[in-house]
Design a protein around this ligand. Structure first.
Ligand code: GLU
Length: 568
C-alpha cells in the first residue's frame, strides 16, 4: 500500500505544515523546575457544573502554587452541544469564584488558538502522519454496520467496540479503499491500535495512586467524517502542543486512559501526568449519587450566584472537599488568605466527594460574619443589582425617573442613594451584631440576607401578626406603649417603659418573682417585648428592638404600632 498517497487522498487540507513546524511554533515552555502547566478544558455548553469549579480550583492551585501556568481550552468539537456566549459564561462564573486563567480562549497566549475548532490543521497534519506510518486508516462502516457489530457483541457477551475481527475496515485492500472513495462513501479515520487487552500495566494516577491499566485494543475514531477530531485525538495533540504537564480531569475519563496512553505513544509525544478526580456526590435518601444537572439545582454554579453565596465562602467550602487536611489548616489559620494553604493533589479524595449544603451554609455564615457593614452593603447591592426583585433593588438605589433620563442623574439622586446606603449600613450593623460582644451569624447568602432585612422597608413590610396572647391583651399593651414611646429614650429608659406597660397589664417585671410563681402572671416582660416586636417587625425573633425602633424613627415606629392595633 502506498501510505503517502493514501494520506493525501484522505486528508485534503492545504494548510497542513511539516510536523517540525508545529514543534517550533509551540516550544517547550521555559518555566522553573517543578512548575506545572495545567488547564481546564470544558465544552462550551453554557452550563457550568459545580464539578467544573472543583476541577478548575484543583488545576489552578497546582499551577499557581508551583509557579506554572493555568490555561483555558475550549473543547468545541461537538457542534451540537455548543451554545452562543458559553465562553463568556465560563470566564464570568469562574472569575466570580476567584479562578483566573493565565492564558487561553478569549485571553492572550502563545500556545493558541485555544478553541479546538480553530486547530483543525494540526489535527489533520498528525492524522496524515499516522496514515503515512500505517497507524491509522479510513473506515467506511455506516451506522447500521456498527449497530450490527454492537448487537452481535451484546448477544454473545463480547467486549463492545471496534477491534480485532470486528474492525472490518482495518485490512481493506488498496483497491477496496479507492473504490469506496470513488463511490463517494463517507469515512472516518481510525487508529490502527497496536495494543493487546491481555497486557496490563501499573500506572501512577496522581489522585488515585497506583492503578492497573489494560492496554487499548480499540481502533478508536480519531477524525470524524467532517474532519473534526474526537476528544481523544484532540486531547493528545493539544495537551502536547500546549505543553500541559498535568491533566486533572473527571474520573469519567479514567476508562479512556488506555486510549490516551496509546495515542501519545503512536504520536511520539511524552505522556503528561494524570490525576482523575472523583465526582461530587450527594446523599439522596438511602443512597449516595452524583450531583445531577437535571435533578439538583445546587449542581449548577449559577445557583450559588443567584442565591448570592459569597464567592470566598464557596471557595473555602470547595477546598474542604478538595483536600482532606484543609479544615485542620483553616481552624489554625482562620484569618490567613486561602491561597496560602499548601494544596496537595495527593490529598484529594480517592472516592466520591460528598456535597453537604449544611456545611456550606455554616462556612458561609462564618465568612459573612467577618465582613463589616459597609462590605456587606456592597456585596448585597451587587447581588440585588443583578438578581434582586425591583423592590429589593430599590433598597439600594433610588429609581431613575423620566427627568433623570432627560437631564442626567443629578445631585439629588446621588444624595438619595447615599441616604439609602446610610440607612442600610445601620440595618446591617444591627443585624450582623457589628460592635456587639459577639457577631451574629444570621446571614447565609445575599438572597436570604436581603429577604431577612425586608421588614426595614415599608414597601416590602407585609406582616402576618401571630401573637401568643388574646387580642384584648395585645391591644392594651400596644396602645399603652404607643402612648409613652419617646424616640429620645436611651435603651434603658426605653426598657423601663416596656416594663411599665408590662406591670400596668399584670405581667411580671421581675424575672425572679416570675420564676418563683409563674402561675400568678399571664406572662413576663419579655412576652410584652415580643408583642411589641411582632407589631413593629412582623417577627417574633429579631435583633435588639430598641435599635430597630431607632432605625425606623418615631414616625414609622408609631405608624407600625397603630397599624398593628388596627389589624387586631
Ligand atoms: N472536554 C472534556 C470535558 O468537558 C475535558 C476533559 C479533560 O479535562 O480532558 O469533560
Amino acid at each position: 500500500m502506498d501510505w503517502n498517497k493514501l494520506a493525501d487522498a484522505l486528508i485534503k487540507d492545504e494548510n497542513v505544515k511539516p510536523l517540525e513546524e508545529y514543534e517550533k511554533q509551540y516550544p517547550e515552555r521555559t518555566l522553573e523546575k517543578g512548575a506545572q502547566v495545567t488547564r481546564l478544558a470544558p465544552s462550551p455548553t453554557g452550563f457550568m457544573h459545580i464539578g467544573n469549579l472543583y476541577v478548575a480550583l484543583a488545576n489552578e492551585r497546582i499551577a499557581h502554587q508551583s509557579g506554572g501556568v493555568f490555561y483555558l481550552r475550549i473543547e468545541d468539537t461537538d457542534e451540537k452541544r455548543k451554545v452562543e456566549g458559553a465562553v463568556d459564561v465560563i470566564h464570568k462564573s469562574l472569575k466570580y469564584f476567584g479562578v483566573k486563567f493565565d492564558e487561553g480562549a478569549d485571553l492572550c497566549g502563545e500556545y493558541g488558538p485555544y478553541y479546538q475548532r480553530q486547530r483543525a490543521e494540526i489535527y489533520h497534519a498528525y492524522a496524515k502522519e499516522l496514515i503515512r506510518q500505517g497507524l491509522a486508516y479510513p473506515c467506511f462502516c455506516t451506522e447500521e454496520d456498527l449497530e450490527k457489530i454492537r448487537e452481535h457483541q451484546t448477544e454473545n457477551k463480547l467486549l463492545p467496540g471496534y477491534y480485532g475481527e470486528f474492525a472490518k475496515c482495518r485490512d481493506l485492500t488498496e483497491e477496496e479503499i479507492y473504490a469506496n472513495l470513488a463511490a463517494g462513501k463517507k469515512y472516518v479515520i481510525r487508529l490502527r491500535s497496536q495494543g493487546d487487552v491481555n497486557v496490563k500495566h501499573t500506572f501512577r494516577d496522581e489522585v488515585k495512586g497506583e492503578i492497573t491499566v489494560t492496554e487499548n485494543n480499540q481502533d478508536v475514531v480519531i477524525l470524524k467524517s467532517d474532519g473534526i477530531p474526537t476528544y481523544h485525538f484532540a486531547h493528545a495533540i493539544d495537551d502536547h502542543f500546549m505543553r500541559t504537564t498535568l491533566v486533572i480531569r473527571g474520573e469519567e475519563w479514567l476508562s479512556s486512559l488506555p486510549i490516551h496512553i496509546e495515542l501519545f505513544k503512536v504520536l511520539g509525544f511524552r505522556l503528561p501526568k494524570y490525576g482523575h478526580n472523583c465526582s461530587i456526590q450527594k446523599i439522596d435518601g438511602e443512597t449516595r449519587r452524583k450531583l445531577s444537572k437535571r435533578k439538583d439545582p445546587e449542581a449548577s454554579l449559577n445557583y450559588y450566584r443567584e442565591q448570592g453565596y459569597h464567592p470566598e465562602a464557596v471557595r473555602t467550602y470547595m477546598m474542604t472537599l478538595l483536600n482532606s487536611n484543609f479544615e485542620e489548616w483553616l481552624l489554625k489559620n482562620p484569618e490567613t488568605p486561602l491561597d496560602e494553604f499548601k494544596y496537595s493533589i495527593g490529598k484529594m479524595g480517592k472516592s466520591g466527594a460528598l456535597f453537604d449544603i449544611v456545611k456550606l451554609n455554616d462556612i458561609s455564615k462564618t465568612y459573612m460574619a467577618k465582613l463589616d457593614e459597609k462590605e456587606m452593603y456592597l456585596f448585597l447591592k451587587e447581588w440585588a443589582d443583578e438578581f434582586g426583585t425591583d423592590t429589593q433593588k430599590g433598597y439600594f438605589t433610588a429609581p431613575i425617573d423620566f427627568e433623570h433620563i432627560l437631564n442626567g442623574v443629578g445631585e439629588e439622586f446621588v444624595q438619595e442613594n447615599a441616604k439609602r446606603e446610610e440607612y442600610l449600613c445601620k440595618v446591617l450593623a444591627l443585624c450582623m451584631g457589628v460592635g456587639g460582644k459577639k457577631r451574629r451569624k444570621d446571614f447565609v447568602c445575599a438572597k436570604q440576607a436581603v429577604e431577612m432585612i425586608s421588614y426595614f422597608f415599608d414597601e416590602s413590610f407585609a406582616p402576618v401578626y401571630e401573637y401568643r396572647f388574646v387580642k384584648g391583651t395585645v391591644r392594651k399593651v400596644l396602645q399603652g406603649f404607643a402612648e409613652i414611646y419617646d424616640e429620645q429614650d436611651d435603651n434603658s429608659a426605653w426598657f423601663d417603659k416596656v416594663k411599665k406597660v408590662a406591670g400596668d397589664n399584670g405581667f411580671a417585671t421581675d424575672m425572679k418573682a416570675y420564676k418563683a410563681n409563674p402561675e400568678a402572671y399571664p406572662g413576663n416582660v419579655s412576652d410584652v417585648a415580643e408583642m411589641l416586636r411582632i407589631a413593629t417587625t412582623g417577627l417574633s425573633n429579631t435583633p435588639d428592638l430598641w435599635t430597630i425602633m431607632q432605625i425606623l424613627g418615631k414616625e414609622r415606629t408609631l405608624a407600625r404600632l397603630n397599624a398593628a392595633i388596627n389589624a387586631l
